[in-house]
Design a protein around this ligand. Structure first.
Ligand code: NAI
Length: 720
């Protein structure tokens, strides 16, 4: 077995220290690793023969951060104890880094691959950073996306190195870039060919035997932040901070704790000597780590996304299927988008529509996207040409005969969908899968038109397909386990994130999403001011207010779906107060949505929008207005209760998928870590039930939580 750290000393006394954790696929900072690192660095520092150290990795990546799973496992629930234990670990990291910085021997980070989070921080604690020119390597500080701050000195070393203003986006937005951009920003000093990496690092050490960190060079200036061009005045820092604070409030409505704390840590820390600043950073880090928000974000984006993308839902006894050639029926908005996404991943695509002209129009969509990428220098013309030739357009069903999978994305009309299903099945091979991209029609009903309903599945993509990461896989009554496994393989091949959902009206995402916009309309009907509704939606963390979102989706479409549902369900249909508003807008006010240029808002050709003045007449604003907090609560609770019903009815069962589906599918408030996380971690089940019960009193049964939640709360259970 390889050792965690090994080193060799050359004839110049330069030690090349290789970090290669034999127990993990990547190098990360755990307690055992930091103890070993401390030991080896102490050895090297004390070894008189050693004149300098190159720190590099034996993995593909350099170092990718701290082992968060381990840190969270130390939590006992006893706050003081937890703070002490975690702080001790963080301080052990600081100690190693300070030892490297002040040992009187130069250290170079030879970044053979990605350096993220703690990995980038250890690189900053070296006197110089050289990266290998690896196209896929990423550099930056993603901690903020997990509700944390870079806790291994990043918030203090980076601004002292590149300046406060330049450091902010890296720390507060979790920017991650390739080597060239990181070099331009000053995070990395040099980028060289991979084969030259170690030689370049050693050369630098030979040339700089007395290297010192900027903050250790001149003791008299260590109380102020050094910028590349000199020192910065406190007044200037305050100015930068105030601007950043204002921007943050505008962008996040105060929903995210981490960027707020990063700003504060930076501001306070920059006025202190480094050692004290590191202590301060440690306190803020531990505070964030123990917050509910960080717990929620880590569970969803770190553990949850890993779980979902590792296809935990996939039946294990079925061999993996590699897709080479897919057919798409309907070259409209969705069909064209799917053709782009599949061809981008190297699949051959047959794009079929009612005429060659229509099909070609669908292919033009890919051409336009590729042209933009060429203009932005993201791809070469050659690359674009190769992708385009993978899309064959046609109106002839015979061209589908070699496809492994056919996805229909024709009009949302049962009869048309049934017709194209039969036409395709007449020519495709026996093990070709068939999928529908329907957004609302139950899959089992559509599968009735198929000769092989076991191979019929729902693949619900989101628009625009090239940007949206989620695909909702819908399992019909007769869909086989094999089809589920293969659908998951296909979604993974596209590089998208799947959630698996059982067939039901509106599936999971459309069903819950609808409650957000309808709740907005119910509030409107009650006389709540539209501006308050829209602002409360954004303050709740939703990307767009519910009324603007209804316009985007199209009121006309919502009306059509609602009528279809009423017709299908008859007496079983449960009316929502928002239905009346949709009906009024479409059938009485002739305001169909954004596409028509008229909905809750009126739209100008220049792309501006303002609330439709007629709204005040149709829904007069009441004298008494609820608080923004109340409106916010209603908008979030309406969605959360519906999601809980989906779970309780077995429409969707894996909690990570419920959370990720809510954020990626319709933009549920991301700072909560997703919709179940909102209920369990942010609100707490007991509080959630109490608040929802109070809303039932005011708003009716749509806020009634399922029995499952009460049981779980009573037994102290968890969704996860
Ligand atoms: P669209 O109207 O842009 O495109 C439909 C295409 O199907 C048109 O190009 C049409 O010529 C073609 N078509 C119609 N009948 C055909 C036939 N018999 N044979 C071959 N092609 C035929 O519609 P869009 O928006 O692309 O929607 C397609 C499907 O995707 C629908 O089922 C819709 O519910 C679903 N969907 C739509 C989303 C959206 O945001 N628009 C999101 C997710 C799913």
């Amino acid at each position: 077995m390889t050792e965690l750290f090994t080193y060799a000393i050359d004839s110049d006394g330069i030690a090349t220290l290789v970090w290669d954790d034999p127990n993990a696929p990547v190098n990360a900072m755990s307690q055992a690793v930091m103890t070993a690192l401390n030991r080896v660095i102490t050895d090297l520092v004390n070894n008189a023969q050693v004149t300098g150290v190159v720190l590099t990795s034996g993995k593909k990546e350099f170092v990718v951060g701290a082992d968060l799973k381990e840190i969270l496992s130390w939590e006992s629930g006893e706050r003081e104890r937890d703070i002490a234990v975690i702080s001790e670990f963080i301080q052990s990291i600081h100690a190693v880094m300070r030892l490297m910085e002040t040992a009187g021997k130069p250290f170079v980070a030879a970044l053979n691959g990605s350096a993220l989070g703690g990995g980038m921080e250890i690189a900053l604690a070296c006197h110089y950073r050289i990266a290998a020119n690896q196209p896929k390597a990423k550099f930056g500080f993603p901690e903020v996306t997990l509700g944390l701050l870079p806790g291994a000195g990043g918030t203090q070393r980076l601004p002292r190195m590149i300046g406060v203003e330049a450091a902010l986006p890296w720390l507060m937005q979790g920017l991650q870039t390739g080597a060239a951009q990181a070099q331009a920003a000053g995070l990395i000093n040099e980028v060289v060919d991979a084969t030259q990496l170690l030689a370049a690092a050693k050369q630098w050490l030979r040339d700089n035997p007395n290297a010192q960190q900027p903050w250790d060079q001149n003791k008299s200036t260590r109380h102020t932040v050094r910028l590349p061009g000199g020192e910065v005045q406190s007044a200037k820092i305050s100015q930068v901070m105030m601007a950043a604070q204002a921007m943050l409030r505008k962008q996040t409505h105060g929903n995210y704790q981490a960027p707020q704390q990063i700003l504060q840590t930076l501001y306070e820390g920059c006025q202190l000597p480094l050692e004290q600043a590191l202590q301060l950073e440690c306190r803020h880090f531990v505070q964030l780590l123990l917050s509910n928000q960080a717990k929620a974000l880590i569970r969803t984006f770190f553990l949850g996304l890993q779980d979902v993308n590792k296809l935990k839902a996939r039946p294990t006894d079925i061999a993996r299927r590699q897709f080479a050639n897919i057919g798409i029926l309907g070259a409209g908005m969705m069909g064209a988008g799917i053709a782009y996404a599949a061809s981008a991943k190297g699949l051959d695509v047959v794009l079929l529509d009612t005429s060659q002209v229509q099909a070609d129009r669908g292919k033009d969509y890919t051409r336009r996207l590729l042209d933009k990428k060429i203009a932005a220098k993201k791809i070469t013309e050659q690359h674009a040409k190769a992708q385009l030739t993978r899309i064959k357009t046609t109106s002839d069903y015979q061209d589908l005969s070699d496809c492994d999978l056919v996805i229909e994305a024709v009009f949302e009309d049962r009869a048309i969908k049934a017709k194209v299903t039969a036409q395709a099945e007449a020519v495709i091979g026996a093990d070709t899968m068939f999928a529908s991209n329907t957004s609302t029609l139950p899959i089992s009903g559509l599968a009735a038109a198929s000769q092989r309903p076991d191979q019929f599945i729902g693949l619900h993509f989101f628009s625009p397909v090239d940007k949206m990461p989620l695909v909702e896989i819908i399992v019909g009554e007769q869909t086989s386990q094999q089809s589920i496994a293969w659908a998951l393989d296909f979604v993974q091949q596209l590089g998208k994130t799947p959630i698996v959902v059982n067939d039901s009206r509106g599936f999971y995402t459309s069903r819950v999403f609808k409650t957000y916009v309808l709740e907005g309309m119910a509030l409107l009907k009650e006389g709540v001011s539209p501006a308050l509704i829209e602002n409360a939606g954004k303050m709740a963390g939703m990307p767009v207010g519910p009324l603007a979102l209804s316009d985007e989706v199209s009121l006309e479409l919502m009306d059509r779906i609602s009528r279809q549902t009423q017709q299908d369900l008859g007496d079983a249909y449960v009316a929502h107060p928002g239905d009346e508003v949709v009906d009024f807008m479409v059938h009485h006010a002739d305001r169909l949505g954004k596409k028509a240029g008229r909905g809750f808002y009126q739209y100008t050709d220049q792309g501006d929008k303002s609330l439709w003045p007629g709204l005040a007449e149709a829904y007069p604003v009441a004298v008494q207005q609820p608080t923004p907090a109340h409106v916010k609560q209603r908008l979030l609770y309406a969605q959360a209760v519906e999601a809980l019903h989906c779970v309780s009815e077995g429409v969707i069962s894996r909690p990570h998928e419920v959370d990720i589906g809510s954020i990626f599918g319709w933009g549920f408030a991301a700072h909560t870590g997703g919709i179940l996380s909102f209920v369990e971690t942010i609100e707490g089940m007991d509080t959630f039930i109490r608040n929802a019960d109070a809303l039932v009193e005011q708003g009716g049964d749509r806020f009634r939580v399922p029995h499952m939640l009460r049981e779980l709360a009573e037994t102290g259970g968890s969704f996860y």
